[in-house]
Design a protein. Structure first.
Length: 386
């Protein structure tokens, strides 16, 4: 009776070489698939640019020739000078001149005006006599965000015009001089584009990898993969690698379009942004792989991937609403998703010039998410067909 002796394990360097060779083989197979699939290339390179242009130009709180109704009951050079001051900057245009203040409501209901200025009789006389010269300003409040911009802009233009009328300005004992940093022109694109980059990369990244394993399981290709000695971690990393490289190209493309089309600056270090972007890509791609492992079908994977990336990237990332103003339970939920940290990194690097010394907690959080998502995808992946 012969005694079987255990086969000695291979040295560590040899095991690492085998691990790398098998991982690269899986990556090569995935690269071939990506190159042959036009839909994957569109999701990776076409859809992000289209979304950035649509959202970048479509979402704007900037006032550009906003329609203004003027009711001039004074009809003097002073009232005409006031109207010229309100419209010369291009933020407002005179869209209608109702004969009576009662007609303003019709202009609002018809959408012909977003605001109205009523200049009362004796307006010029009150100014010449040094008496208060009240004006009536009516604003359509059905769009709260636009109404706030209209009120702020009109108030600023009126203050500027009134200051120019005074020949003997009185200096107050305390003077506040306001200086806007990081976005002096209050341009909506400067505020929105960094958040859009995070939203687009999250959506496209999750969708790219959410279909990989689910697609092969539907097509029956996993049985061929299970016949090879490739391990679970080698499969997951092999499928992740090509999409990380594709995601890097995607990020560079989106950031370049943002800089050219919307004049988004780069105030910080490109290295800081590169590290943050790489951690974010690994996190969202690992999230997609985990979804692909548990979904077992492309339709379910697409739905879960869209919901788990789209909603957090818009509502819980600080893209539109500050996370600090949310209820505590929502803040806790927002802290789970990497989009919440990547938006802060993008705005910090692009607009404020922040570096690692400020942004390292956000990068650490994204790294932790990546490790958890990658570990979960590896553990749930089984070398058998469900």
């Amino acid at each position: 009776m012969s005694t079987r002796h255990p086969t000695p394990s291979a040295p560590l360097p040899m095991r690492l070489r085998r691990f790398a060779r098998r991982t690269l083989a899986v990556s090569g197979k995935e690269v071939v698939h990506v190159a042959r699939d036009p839909s994957t290339l569109y999701i990776a390179l076409g859809m992000p640019v289209v979304l950035l242009l649509i959202f970048g130009y479509g979402i704007s709180f900037d006032l550009d020739r906003s329609p203004l109704a003027i009711v001039d009951d004074d009809r003097t050079p002073a009232s005409r000078d006031l109207v010229e001051a309100l419209t010369s900057s291009g933020e407002f245009r005179v869209a209608s001149r109702p004969e009576d203040a009662d007609d303003i409501d019709h202009a609002f209901r018809a959408g012909d005006a977003s605001a109205a200025v009523v200049i009362p009789p004796q307006f010029a006389d009150d100014l010449a006599a040094g008496r208060p010269a009240p004006l009536q300003i009516l604003v359509d409040g059905s769009d709260g965000a636009k109404a706030g911009s209209v009120i702020g802009t009109l108030s600023a233009l009126l203050r500027r015009w009134a200051t120019g009328l005074s020949s003997t300005p009185v200096t107050p004992p305390i003077e506040a001089r306001v200086e806007l940093l990081y976005n002096p022109g209050l341009r909506s694109a400067i505020f929105f584009v960094p958040g859009l980059v995070a939203y687009i990369l999250a959506l496209a990244g999750v969708l790219l990898t959410a279909l990989t394993i689910a697609r092969e399981e539907e097509q029956g290709n996993l049985e061929q993969l299970f016949a090879t000695p490739v391990g679970r971690l080698e499969v997951v990393l092999g499928k992740l690698g090509p999409y990380v490289m594709l995601g890097v190209v995607q990020a560079l493309l989106v950031l370049a379009v943002g800089a050219v089309a919307f004049d988004v600056p780069m105030m910080g270090s490109p290295l800081t942004l590169a590290v943050g972007t790489l951690l974010f890509l690994v996190g969202v791609l690992s999230q997609g792989l985990f979804i692909s492992v548990i979904a077992h079908s492309q339709q379910v994977a697409t739905q879960i991937g869209a919901l788990s990336s789209l909603l957090p990237a818009i509502l819980l990332s600080g893209f539109l609403f500050p996370v600090e103003r949310m209820p505590i339970p929502l803040q806790v939920i927002a802290s789970i998703f990497p989009s919440r940290y990547y938006v802060s990194i993008l705005r910090g690097v692009l607009l404020k010039g922040n570096g690692f010394e400020v942004l390292w907690p956000h990068m650490l959080a994204m790294a932790a998410f990546s490790v958890v998502a990658l570990t979960a995808a590896t553990r749930r992946f089984r070398r058998r067909v469900a």
